[in-house]
Design a protein. Structure first.
Length: 441
């Protein structure tokens, strides 16, 4: 945050390239000497990058891309200095590699399309972000050593989620909201049009607060995390994202079921009594999904997008239509598009753009991460590790459900913290199995 502020201050004075170079060098130095703190700063910066001052040197090169590259280089250099492997032998390595190969193949195929060369080159930065953010997973694995560090990063994650919630709530005059209108929807730090992305973020990472509540010992700290959880829940309601509602509900039910099945009664009671306590605007948003037994247009039109995506997948089953080419291909399948250009389903989007092998790799990745978390949850002798794994699994369940109704695994603001969270759980599983830190892949 400090580095990005310095860079932005210098940028205002018209010295963009030296500013970017200075910031990259400073962050590279921090990554080399204090990798854990560089990772922490990156973790804080990623979700807020759209709301912070920007420097764009053209061709998609911005602050995030520069900091990510500096972090990766610092990780490599510090690993060489400390004589530790970059990548450990993990079960998740193969599905990640499969997804990387499928992405690069799809991107190359996209270049081969008529007129796709300039499109493909323009998408290079997006490919870099999609794949580069995965490096946060391996950097975290390489950096985190103790339960104290795990708890600290989870606390930062919870704080980031709380700040996002507060930012959204303060922009609403809640006392004046009496009914729903589309003008009420705000993307907060995700920017204009980022309402559903913000909802997904709050739904997924609100569950981190339940983990922090469970692992905290002091009563006052538990009260703090419980209060923040309720605050984030309120903000989630005011995103008016129905997909996020369903994801949060699924994550909460999983968490309650895995912790104490009697808690499911509490969750069910909250849901049943929703009309009694939820804001009128939220109930309007939910009830408008079906009117007189018919589904509203914005919801029903998604079936058309899903059908189009499936047709793309069947017509280009091996390599897909090309990385991030769904929007370009869509007019061939739907004539009356309006402003919509997304698959409204991450799995359909992956299958259409990366082909069936890419979809299989994505499913393989998510199932492997779930197994890692499940092993820690069921087999670890550490209460701390089990609590962290439970919260992670609940977040993963929420993510799986949310992505049935939107493309919520592309923006780095959403995926960055997920990769870091996944790494913390895999790190705990490595410790459970007593894998030596010097065992390379």
């Amino acid at each position: 945050m400090l580095i990005s502020s310095i860079m932005a201050w210098l940028s205002i004075r018209g010295i963009k390239f030296p500013t970017a170079l200075l910031g990259a060098v400073l962050f590279l130095g921090l990554s080399y000497f204090r990798l854990f703190w560089a990772l922490t700063l990156m973790m804080v910066y990623i979700p807020f990058q759209q709301a912070l001052p920007q420097i764009n040197l053209g061709t998609g090169i911005n602050i995030f891309n520069g900091l990510l590259l500096a972090l990766i280089l610092g990780w490599g250099l510090s690993s060489y200095r400390e004589k530790r492997p970059l990548i450990y032998g993990l079960k998740v390595n193969r599905p990640i590699l499969a997804l990387v190969v499928a992405t690069l193949a799809s991107w190359f195929i996209g270049i081969m399309h008529p007129g796709g060369f300039s499109h493909g080159l323009g998408r290079f930065v997006e490919v870099y972000q999609w794949l580069g953010v995965m490096a946060l997973f391996y950097i975290t694995i390489s950096t985190v050593r103790t339960e104290k560090q795990v708890k600290f990063l989870l606390a930062v994650m919870g704080l980031v989620t709380a700040v996002m919630a507060i930012d959204l709530i303060r922009t609403h005059n809640l006392l004046l909201v009496t009914g729903y209108s589309h003008n009420l929807r705000m993307g907060g730090v995700f920017g204009v049009g980022g309402e559903n992305d913000l909802g997904a973020f709050l739904a997924e990472f609100s569950l981190v607060l339940l983990t922090l509540l469970a692992i905290s010992r002091r009563f006052i700290v538990k009260i703090y995390y419980a209060s923040i959880f309720l605050l984030v829940g309120l903000a989630l309601l005011y995103t008016y994202s129905r997909g996020a509602y369903l994801g949060a509900m699924a994550g909460l039910l999983f968490y309650a079921y895995s912790k104490d099945r009697r808690l499911m009664i509490v969750v069910a009671a909250v849901l049943v009594t929703l009309p009694l306590w939820a804001p009128a605007s939220v109930m309007d948003r939910i009830s408008m999904t079906f009117t007189d037994g018919a589904m509203e247009s914005s919801a029903s039109s998604r079936f058309d997008f899903w059908k189009a995506g499936l047709q793309m997948m069947l017509q280009s089953p091996i390599f897909g239509v090309g990385f991030h080419r769904f929007a370009e291909e869509l007019p061939r399948y739907i004539s009356d598009l309006g402003s919509a250009r997304t698959a409204h389903n991450m799995y359909v989007s992956i299958g259409a753009e990366l082909g069936i092998p890419g979809l299989v790799a994505f499913a393989w990745l998510l199932s492997t991460l779930f197994k890692e978390g499940w092993q820690v949850f069921r087999e670890s002798t550490s209460s701390f590790s089990r609590q962290v794994a439970r919260g992670y699994l609940a977040t993963l369940v929420a993510l799986l459900v949310i992505n049935m109704f939107g493309v919520r695994f592309e923006r780095v603001e959403l995926t960055g913290l997920f990769w870091l969270y996944s790494a913390l759980v895999v790190r705990l599983n490595m410790d459970r199995m007593m894998i030596a830190l010097d065992q390379p892949a």
